[in-house]
Design a protein around this ligand. Structure first.
Ligand SMILES: NC(=O)c1ccc[n+]([C@@H]2O[C@H](COP(=O)([O-])OP(=O)(O)OC[C@H]3O[C@@H](n4cnc5c(N)ncnc54)[C@H](OP(=O)(O)O)[C@@H]3O)[C@@H](O)[C@H]2O)c1
Length: 348
């Protein structure tokens, strides 16, 4: 089966997906019987190109590397903005990897709505719409008869959402606890080496883990967004961002706190969790001292992890990358393969 892809946003993740298609497209075709063809790319600053016959990922990436823009790339169509691309591109799936404001969901919410109205499937790594209106997005996709996948919104390519929704199907998942922000986990890990909060924050910024304004990470808002996504789409409870209890994130944790936890055989972690109890959901992102025997306590550096609490298999913990170019590109590839599987089953 041939799936034609329109990319909205062609930064780290979009280009990462194009690299996978350049390097592994043939292998994916041989192994899974799927041809993934890029027919359109649109990006806020890099410009836009489209070709219904397919754009060669190797050539597009080389052009971008040489010119820093898609302008001038030889293609039958150029210059479409994101909404025009979503509406007009000859594509089966929109790959949404643009920027978003997690408090409003914009501008990606508009991309999602336009995509469903155009009857196209959607794969996203973009948290915004899945934080602001997850159930509405799922419902709109259902009504439009199209597939929606969002694996890359939580723990990048580490298969958390597919594991919970499909691998653990049949279990009741009553809650989860996780380390869902790599920047803060990296900082807490580095503080164990005896360095201050301010020092390790500077290092996290220098390494590109933390933004110039790190508040989304260190106060816990990024992790809270992921709690909302997991609560809505794994626990099936309509939790909103404002319902997640957040205090000061890791900003008040001192070296003395880290040392005294270590002396007691414990470790500070920014734990993001939600639990359903008696029909009510309690969700929070708070620093906690975990005993070293807790699997989350052993998760170090920028690595992420989540433990799902299930009735039939008990706790199930998944540990892996929370971000990264190839890791998040993989999330898109695995979602595309999953859509392909669904479409093949539907045809049978
Ligand atoms: N990188 C990761 O490890 C990772 C992991 C999980 C999830 N994500 C999520 O995946 C998405 C993409 O991440 P990224 O790392 O690829 O970010 P990025 O490198 O900043 O790329 C995003 C691209 O989208 C473009 N863009 C912004 N608004 C747009 C619009 N309205 N229409 C078309 N293009 C638009 C940006 O252009 P300008 O630069 O000109 O603004 C940029 O080139 C984000 O939502 C991010 O939170 C990323």
């Amino acid at each position: 089966m041939r799936l034609r892809l329109a990319f909205v946003g062609f930064g780290v993740v979009g280009q990462g997906v194009a690299e996978v298609l350049r390097d592994k497209g043939r292998q994916l075709a041989e192994r899974y019987g799927i041809e993934l063809a890029i027919t359109a790319i649109t990006d806020a600053k890099k410009g836009a190109v489209a070709d219904p016959k397919g754009l060669d990922p190797a050539k597009v990436l080389a052009w971008l590397e040489a010119h820093g823009t898609l302008a001038g790339y030889p293609a039958p169509v150029s210059g479409w903005d994101s909404l025009t691309t979503i509406r007009k591109a000859e594509a089966d799936v929109v790959v949404e990897a643009s920027w978003t404001d997690v408090k409003t969901g914009g501008p990606a919410l508009e991309h999602f709505r336009t995509c469903f109205a155009a009857g196209k499937h959607l794969v996203t790594t973009n948290k915004g719409p899945m934080v602001v209106a997850p159930l509405e997005m799922i419902e709109l996709a259902l009504q439009a008869g199209v597939e929606l996948r969002w694996e890359g919104t939580v723990m990048s390519g580490t298969p958390v959402i597919s594991t919970a929704r499909r691998g653990l199907a049949g279990c009741t998942i009553s809650g989860f606890s996780g380390i869902l922000n790599g920047t803060t986990n990296f900082m807490l890990t580095e503080m164990e080496g005896g360095r201050s909060y301010d020092d390790v924050l500077k290092q996290a910024q220098a390494l590109g883990y933390a933004e110039a304004d790190p508040s989304g990470d260190v106060l816990g808002w990024d992790a809270a967004g992921k709690v909302v996504i997991l609560a809505n789409t794994v626990l099936h409870v309509p939790l909103k961002l404002a319902d997640v209890k957040i205090t000061t994130g890791i900003t008040r944790i001192t070296l003395d706190d880290v040392r005294s936890a270590a002396a007691a055989g414990e470790r500070w972690k920014l734990v993001a969790e939600a639990r359903v109890d008696g029909g009510k959901v309690k969700a929070q992102v708070l620093p906690q001292r975990l005993p070293l025997a807790n699997p989350l306590a052993g998760v170090m550096g920028p690595t992420n992890a989540v433990t799902f609490h299930t009735d039939l298999v008990g706790p199930v913990t998944i540990v892996g990358a929370g971000a990264g170019r190839s890791q998040t590109a993989f999330a898109v590839i695995s979602d595309l393969l999953d859509i392909h599987r669904t479409l093949v089953e539907r045809q049978a």
